[in-house]
Ligand binder design. Structure first.
Ligand code: SAH
Length: 363
């Protein structure tokens, strides 16, 4: 598909309505109540809030001018108020039907999203930041630097965009794209609420993946969502973890796991631990044993992710024998474990790489 034009939406900050003290961000991500309050502030009847909500979330309207059920004069008055949709800048389809997107935001920044269809599901992998400051040694996004947090509407937009492109309802959302969601908790929480209540995705079908930021797992737990928490552990001890994840230095693995235990206690949900397998680095049977000992008695599940090679790092993916040997040790120790392969690899490889490849096109 050819690249679409650059968004012409004006910057959100420039929008101050005629009435005093009302400055609004893009409308996408707002609840029915918020939209109703807004139309009423505009002198419109309350039922227009429900209409606006339907047009934004069900019909996927991109500008207020296009809402044909609204009075012409009012449409003209509010024409400049942004809904907050992105444009598809680039799209690539892998042979397994996974679709990777580069989306262009109102300020020209580019983010990655992925649509992953399976028989019964359509999962969207969303970004939470432009770039990422965590600098994990095996991650293409981490190597590319950090720009800014995404706003609530920019997170919700990714799901609507994939839904429209596939012409199929999105059933699951995973926060495993670019960025560290727990560095953007306010907008993450706003987006979770909107994806659940406005887009209609069950909380249990939302997964937040994090490297772990002190106190933020507890903060998320206190919202009592039924979302799945996935923690990128990647190592069974602090020394090895720090080597792979430099940002883990001030947050010892014991403290991280203690906060994860609190998450289980507060929400009643088990935690998923993600563990990338890097040949010769963290994939030895003794690593598996140490991991099992750490997680003993913990209501958890381990997802092993064989490394997707990226240009900027020298790691290798372990062979099948090594992967299976690691699984065997965990199973012997009664740890629930699955192996997850990334999909859509041959098209544009691991997360962050699609954007890295296209960077030159953006300058
Ligand atoms: N910052 C969050 C979410 C983004 S990364 C986090 O770290 O969890 C989503 C997952 O993809 C993480 O588990 C991350 O470690 C993994 N990942 C990153 N680069 C990878 C690569 N090259 N191969 C396999 N998994 C990778």
């Amino acid at each position: 598909m050819s690249a679409k034009s650059v968004s012409v939406l004006p910057s959100p900050k420039s929008h101050t309505l005629q009435q005093p003290n009302i400055s609004i961000p893009p409308l996408l991500g707002a609840s029915l109540e918020e939209l109703t309050a807004w139309v009423q502030q505009q002198g419109q009847p309350a039922y227009r809030g429900k209409q606006l909500h339907d047009w934004i979330y069900q019909k996927g309207v991109r500008t207020l001018c296009d809402i044909s059920v609204f009075p012409k004069q009012w449409r003209a008055d509010v024409a400049e108020i942004p809904i907050g949709r992105s444009n598809i800048h680039y799209r690539s389809v892998a042979s397994d039907d996974t679709v990777k997107y580069l989306l262009q935001l109102a300020d020209g920044q580019i983010i990655e999203s992925v649509g992953i269809p399976t028989e019964k599901r359509l999962t969207v992998c969303v970004s939470s930041q432009v770039g990422c400051p965590m600098a994990c040694d095996f991650c293409a996004t981490g190597k590319g630097g950090y720009k800014r947090n995404l706003a609530r509407h920019e997170i919700v937009d990714q799901v609507l965009t994939v839904q429209e492109d596939f012409q199929q309802r999105v059933s699951h959302v995973v926060f495993m794209g670019m960025g560290e969601p727990l560095l953007n908790t306010d907008h993450l929480i706003g987006a979770i609420k909107s994806l659940n209540q406005d887009v209609g995705i069950g909380q249990r079908n939302l997964t937040v993946s994090t490297v772990g930021i002190r106190d933020r797992i507890r903060q998320l737990a206190q919202h009592q969502f039924q979302v799945t928490l996935a923690v990128s552990l990647h190592a069974p001890n602090q020394a090895l973890r720090e080597q792979l994840i430099p940002s883990a230095r001030p947050y010892p693995i014991e403290d991280l796991l203690a906060e994860c235990r609190e998450y289980v206690e507060i929400t009643g949900r088990r935690v998923t631990f993600e563990y990338i397998l890097l040949a010769g680095v963290n994939d030895l049977p003794e690593h598996a044993l140490e991991l099992a000992q750490r997680l003993r008695g913990f209501q958890s599940h381990v997802n092993l992710i064989p490394y997707n090679p990226i240009q900027e790092a020298d790691y290798k993916r372990p062979n099948q024998n090594r992967i299976q040997a690691f699984v065997k040790v965990l199973k012997q120790q009664q740890i629930a474990v699955s192996v997850r392969y990334s999909r859509g690899l041959e098209a544009d490889a691991a997360c962050g790489q699609l954007r890295a490849k296209n960077q030159t096109k953006l300058s």
